[in-house]
Design a protein around this ligand. Structure first.
Ligand code: ATP
Length: 204
């Protein structure tokens, strides 16, 4: 089965994530999209994340009802920091019949050469790149050149997605200011955030 790997902090998961995952699933013909909440992301060290289990709970609430979406908590079982290549290796071990497509925003694609073991990563997964407004789309050739590999070593597919100006950071700020996040997250996630009192005192 072809499986999309969609990693993020999901603090909290929002409609931008869901629309993206659904569009990629549909356009790329994926049998499954695995949402992978990052346990200890190497690049987000500027603030304390909401508890991993709580972020997973919100992702489960958001994806319930779409059987092709699965929340995978594997990163907690792996040694931190959560490098994508290590996660993919683990998934390949656990699901030997699956082919993986790593879903990545055009902004993050520019950073990929700085990730841990990027060449290994490209062996383990095809890239599905989602364009972001104002961000130049790196071609497979340009990425291959910056990594010093042949053009055939980069499997890259672009999937256009409706653009939604929503970011978890803005949602956290809105909640802390007592503002509404209705329709920006699924209803169940909105209620969960309220019931648990999440983001009440966040400034970032
Ligand atoms: P934060 O605001 O905390 O940085 P975020 O909203 O960017 O969070 P992440 O969980 O870090 O969310 O994002 C996971 C993935 O989803 C990333 O690849 C990111 O590019 C993508 N993404 C986030 N928001 C959107 C959006 N509105 N539209 C499309 N892709 C998005």
């Amino acid at each position: 089965m072809r499986v999309g790997i969609f990693g993020g902090t999901f603090d909290p998961v929002h409609v931008g994530h869901l629309v993206l995952a659904e569009r990629v699933r549909d356009e790329a013909g994926l049998g499954l999209v695995r949402f992978l909440p990052s346990y200890k992301p190497p690049h987000k060290t500027d603030r304390v994340l909401t508890r991993f289990e709580t972020r997973c709970d919100m992702a489960v609430l958001a994806t319930t009802g779409q059987p092709a979406f699965v929340v995978d908590a594997v990163e907690k079982e792996l040694p931190p920091p959560s490098f994508s290549v290590n996660t993919l290796r683990e998934l390949a071990d656990r699901h030997p019949g699956d082919e993986f497509s790593l879903v990545i925003g055009a902004d993050s694609l520019h950073d990929l050469p700085t990730w841990y073991e990027p060449r290994e990563l490209l062996k383990l997964a095809e890239l599905i790149v989602v364009p972001r407004p104002g961000v130049e789309l790196l071609t497979a050739g340009a990425l291959a050149a910056s990594l010093g590999v042949g053009p055939g070593d980069v499997r890259l597919r672009v999937v256009a997605c409706p653009l939604m100006e929503v970011a978890s950071r803005d949602l956290r700020r809105r909640v802390s200011e007592g503002k509404s996040i209705r329709y920006l997250v699924p209803r169940a996630v909105e209620e969960f955030i309220r019931e648990k009192g999440l983001y009440a005192a966040r400034a970032d």
